[in-house]
Design a protein around this ligand. Structure first.
Ligand code: NAG
Ligand code: NAG
Ligand code: ZN
Length: 331
């Protein structure tokens, strides 16, 4: 994680932005969505403020091949929110980010992070033919993550590891560490996430997709950080969750489902950090921790810069924002 080229962006905040009512002649009803989806179509959000559009699976794949960024909202589309409309502010009170002040606590834990361990987890993850969200190997990969995290958490009654199931084979994995100061479910969460799936765009179901960098790297960073924190008997004062998302490559499916469930349950999220493609940097280029500008909370970005300056041997750099379409870097 320290020696990493990180792409970080907020997934949850993206969901809080809902389209203005004026763009909606008549919002699609839940029944309509289910009916069309049953015929094999997918509802894609291609641009903020623009009505989502129906595409066949094949057209959707073609968009992915062309590098077009979108949210597949087929399972999470909410006609009420679309009808209500105005921009909905994020539920959680805007977080205040204090100056980093835990160097003496964190330094010894950083020293226990093992690149060898990360390579071992990665060998395991890349040994699956692919980790596509609908394949049996994709499901087995999520089971591997679940088993690994469960083993790390053994003996800790305050940690719960759950399978967040979806209508497709691969589940998302969530590890919840209770807050020691306020173990109530309502305390705002801090979430660290990565996507567990991979995709071969020419042949998603049976094609080889080791996904070592995208996003095996972010996945193993979080596995190792989780292991090291538990080994160091880390007891956060407020709850912390680790998420490994299913189906990101197919339009951020898993993270949207989790975000929707949390919103429905009134779960407050204080801050969320997503790691994607943290392993690779172009030979000859400077190794940095890259921060995303799109869809990020400015306060959190400023905080992340301070974290990097305080705790990492690397510098941070801002990735170039892409202003057309949904996000610069959904990768
Ligand atoms: C994957 O992990 C399992 C146990 O979790 C282990 O038995 C197996 O040897 C590992 N495989 C690879 C390729 O690392
Ligand atoms: C963890 O928090 C949950 C509520 O979120 C509570 O029900 C449970 O008892 C807590 N467990 C421990 C060991 O504190
Ligand atoms: Zn990715």
């Amino acid at each position: 994680m320290l020696r990493a080229f990180a792409r970080l962006y907020l997934v949850l905040v993206q969901l809080a932005v809902v389209l203005p009512a004026t763009t909606w002649a008549s919002p699609i009803s839940t029944q309509q969505v289910q009916g069309v989806a049953a015929k094999g179509y997918r509802l894609l959000d291609l641009q903020p403020g623009v009505e989502p559009v129906w595409k066949t699976e094949e057209d959707k794949l073609e968009l992915l091949r062309q590098g077009v960024h979108f949210f597949d909202v087929t399972e999470v589309y909410d006609p009420e929110e679309a009808a209500l409309s105005v921009n909905i502010e994020p539920h959680a009170t805007k977080a205040n980010f204090p100056a980093p002040s835990h160097l003496s606590d964190i330094k010894p834990i950083l020293e226990t992070l093992s690149t060898t361990n990360m390579q071992d987890y990665l060998a395991n993850l890349t040994s699956f033919n692919n980790r596509h969200y609908i394949t049996s190997s994709g499901k087995a990969a999520s089971q591997y993550i679940f088993d690994t995290v469960t083993a790390f958490a053994a003996g800790r009654a305050d940690i719960t590891v759950t399978k967040f199931k979806h209508p497709w084979a691969q589940f998302s994995v969530i590890a919840h560490i209770n807050g020691s100061a306020s173990p109530s479910a309502s305390a705002p969460l801090v979430i660290l996430g990565a996507h567990e799936d991979s995709i071969n765009l020419r042949n998603p179901w049976t094609g080889r997709a080791p996904g070592a960098d995208d996003d095996g790297s972010g996945t193993v960073n979080l596995l190792e950080v989780f292991r090291a924190l538990v080994a160091a008997d880390f007891r956060p004062s407020t709850p912390v969750e680790f998420h490994w998302y299913s189906g990101e490559e197919a339009g951020l499916l898993g993270s949207q489902a989790v975000a929707k469930a949390y919103r429905r349950a009134g779960t407050e999220v204080r801050a969320m950090l997503e790691l994607d493609m943290t392993g690779y940097f172009k030979p000859g280029s400077k190794e940095v921790i890259a921060l995303e500008a799109d869809y990020m909370d400015a306060g959190e970005t400023a905080f992340l810069k301070q974290l990097v300056e305080t705790y990492s041997v690397l510098d941070w750099a801002m990735d170039a924002p892409v202003r057309n379409g949904l996000s610069g870097r959904i990768s």
